[in-house]
Design a binder for this molecule. Structure first.
Ligand code: FER
Length: 309
């Protein structure tokens, strides 16, 4: 792939499916196409093949889910923690809900970003705190702390240069998350610290991380979401070798992807395995691409289920 500037590359990566889906077809030519992949696509994106049950099980949210309404607002802050595994101070964003008080303890949802993102990406793509403020005002979600860390566990954790070169740092984040981020949050905030009150969800690379780390640590996270999960997702049988044991621990396993996203096959493989093993999960294939609308919409639905009976 020809490397371009960071913004151009990041835009191409995070919205590749969308850009592709909206690109008009090329003029007719008598030459055979050499590949079904979009020109300049990252590896892993393939032509979408839909199965019969690849359907939208949750409706399109109203257009104003992230509107800044006159409702009680939570607080968003950027904080730093010491990463034992990386050996640096690293940034993360934390949302605490309206009326947050140390007299109560709150469940914690961790949100992981994509390959071109950082600790600010979820906020830029979806304003999770605003979504939650609005859901709380409508009694459709429970108060929770939302943590948006940086999933690239390396000394320079900025999304610079060839962002694909940092894929190993996304795998290394498992140790940082479990060994530094979660203990930091549990120590600094009024958090419930059992698996039944901890969620892990992410978009694309962060979706793969959430499935990889969450399903192998069901003693730490019982609510898991993979939105448009990327090729860093482990093969399904490795994600959940003991499906029977996992069934009683998982409170929610959410898999979603747009039907215009060339990474759909990753989620389809996980869905097929879970279905074969009888592991309950949400399967939501809507009509979006590899884009922020997909992630905002699915987060909004996920927030209405997480930490609820
Ligand atoms: C890949 C294609 C896409 C890949 C990662 C991605 C690690 C991630 C995309 C994103 O996070 O938006 O081949 O390999």
């Amino acid at each position: 792939m020809k490397l371009t500037t960071l913004p151009a590359l990041a835009a191409m990566v995070c919205c590749l499916g969308g850009a592709h889906a909206q690109t008009p077809p090329p003029p007719p030519t008598d030459k055979k196409p050499v590949s079904s992949e979009p020109k300049g696509a990252a590896p892993g994106f393939t032509a979408v093949k839909l199965n019969a049950d690849d359907v939208q099980n949750f409706p399109e949210p109203p257009a104003d889910i992230a509107a800044n309404r006159e409702v009680p607002h939570g607080k968003l802050e950027m904080v730093e923690y010491e990463s034992k595994s990386v050996g640096t101070k690293r940034k993360l964003q934390v949302y605490t809900p309206p009326g947050y008080t140390t007299d109560k303890k709150y469940p914690v949802l961790y949100l992981l970003h994509g390959i071109g993102g950082d600790e600010t990406e979820w906020q830029r793509f979806a304003t999770p705190g605003t979504l939650l403020d609005n859901l709380l005002a409508a009694s459709k979600a429970v108060p929770m702390i939302i943590v948006m860390p940086n999933g690239r566990a390396q000394k320079n954790d900025r999304a610079e240069g060839n962002v694909f070169a940092s894929a190993p740092a996304f795998a290394a984040f498992e140790e940082d998350l479990l060994g530094s981020v979660v203990p930091f949050i549990d120590g600094k905030y009024s958090a419930l610290t059992d698996a039944d009150h901890r969620g892990l969800a992410g978009l694309s690379m962060g979706g793969g991380q959430s499935l990889n780390f969450g399903l192998s640590h069901l003693d730490r996270f019982a609510w898991i979401g993979g939105f448009s999960s990327a090729p860093n997702t482990k093969p399904a049988a490795k994600l959940l070798p003991d499906a029977a044991a996992a069934k009683s621990k998982i409170k929610l396993l959410w898999l979603s992807c747009g039907n215009k996203d060339g990474l759909l096959h990753i989620s389809q493989d996980v869905h097929a395995y879970l279905k074969e093993k009888g592991v309950a999960h949400v399967w939501n294939v809507d009509s979006h691409a590899h884009d922020p609308t997909e992630w905002k919409n699915n987060l909004w639905h996920f927030m209405q289920k997480v930490f609820q009976p």
